[in-house]
Ligand binder design. Structure first.
Ligand SMILES: NC(=O)c1ccc[n+]([C@@H]2O[C@H](COP(=O)([O-])OP(=O)(O)OC[C@H]3O[C@@H](n4cnc5c(N)ncnc54)[C@H](O)[C@@H]3O)[C@@H](O)[C@H]2O)c1
Length: 355
């Protein structure tokens, strides 16, 4: 392996569940080095520092003052993403922020603007976009194989126990989680749905808190009208025991693809198989899609998607280009989720952009 021309120093803010994904990503990249971790809870910072061979901080400014930190990974509760990201940007650090970008459009916009103002890169994690199944379907889409898009569904029926929500006082709160099954969990596949189907024009939704003692929704369903004329649905939950594989179903006039748990399950295109009979040809329930086109399946390693995004952010710094998922990109699924909440609250159809 050739020696990289520059090693980027990485610092992590927030040393909870997701922090190791960023730490392992930095460790795996030849041009990155995890140098510092910070948490308001000293034991949390200390634990990750020992685990990954970095220096522990409880004072963010002290960590940001280090000239050998180039990139800050923001892994704090969602409602603090913009605040921490802006402090990092102001200190001249590039920012890789966890999903969702933040929990309000105002906060997201403040972070986006700060990163522009201080001329640092802003990347936002949506790691499942880089799985082989997702990449394969997206490639078919850009190659025009679907024809005219007509129907797109994201189905994320997961399960989180009450114990999960009780494990952090920010979880399941409006103030810091910003929502429930959609804002925290569904955001991944909602991002991918809009990435495939394009901008959403209007939304009608219902939401409920059915199986947990939390402020936010644990079930939500939405009917979407896309700007391109297609329609679709989102079903998201953290109350579906014991958790089903998430699905993304994309249909155009010329074919259908279904991704389940990151793998292509249905891959049916008229340009390959011709027109079906008058009554269609039902795909077998246990059908497998084609083998992944990528040489390695990033989904096979849990932090591979994060690693891809950190590598991309470092490349975007070196090449002075936008990262693969910018703040503006990450704002779109956030706006869809907020529109779903507004519709569920008011009982009315909500049109985008939100005011
Ligand atoms: N990409 C993914 O698949 C994925 C998975 C899990 C979580 N996440 C995201 O990562 C973020 C964190 O989630 P988590 O599950 O790791 O939460 P967590 O509660 O396990 O960890 C959050 C940590 O941040 C610390 N913290 C809180 N306020 C802070 C502050 N002001 N400064 C520094 N540290 C502070 C807490 O002490 C805690 O250690 C959330 O936004 C979540 O949506 C993403």
């Amino acid at each position: 392996m050739s020696t990289p021309s520059r090693i980027y120093g990485v610092g992590i803010v927030g040393c909870g569940v997701i922090a190791p994904f960023h730490a392992r990503s930095a460790a795996a990249l030849p041009n990155a080095e995890l140098r510092a971790v910070m948490d308001v809870v000293p034991e949390a910072a200390q634990k990750r520092a020992e685990e990954f061979g970095a220096e522990a901080y409880t004072d963010l400014d002290a960590m940001l003052a280090r000239p050998d930190i180039d990139v800050v990974c923001v892994c704090v509760p969602s409602g603090l993403h913009a605040e921490i990201g802006m402090r990092a940007a102001r200190a001249g650090k590039h920012v890789l922020v966890e999903k969702p970008i933040d929990i309000s459009l105002e906060a997201a916009d403040r972070l986006i603007e700060a990163c522009h103002e201080f001329n640092v890169k802003l990347g936002v994690i949506s790691q499942h976009r880089f799985g082989s199944g997702m990449v394969q379907v997206r490639e078919a889409l850009t190659a025009g194989r679907f024809g005219k898009l007509i129907l797109g569904d994201a189905i994320i029926k997961w399960y989180r126990s009450q114990g999960y929500y009780d494990s952090g006082d920010w979880r399941g709160t409006w103030a810091l989680d910003g929502g429930g099954a959609l804002m925290n969990q569904g955001v991944h596949y909602i991002d991918q749905l809009q990435w495939m189907m394009g901008p959403v024009k209007s939304i009608y939704a219902r939401a409920a808190t059915s199986a947990h003692t939390i402020e936010v929704e644990d079930i939500a369903i939405a009917i979407l009208n896309f700007e391109n004329g297609a329609i679709g649905t989102i079903e998201g939950s953290t109350a579906v025991y014991p958790g089903l594989p998430e699905r993304l179903e994309i249909t155009g006039t010329e074919g259908t693809a279904v991704i389940e748990a990151g793998k292509v399950k249905v891959w049916e295109f008229k340009d390959e198989k011709g027109e079906a009979g008058a009554y269609g040809t039902k795909v077998k329930a246990d059908a497998e899609g084609p083998a992944a086109t990528g040489s390695a399946d990033p989904a096979a390693i849990p932090s591979a998607g994060h690693q891809t995004q950190l590598a991309d952010l470092l490349d975007s710094i070196a090449g002075d280009r936008p990262p693969a998922i910018t703040g503006e990109d990450a704002r779109r699924p956030l706006e869809i989720i907020l529109a779903i909440y507004e519709s569920a609250r008011t009982g009315r159809e909500v049109t985008l952009p939100l005011r």
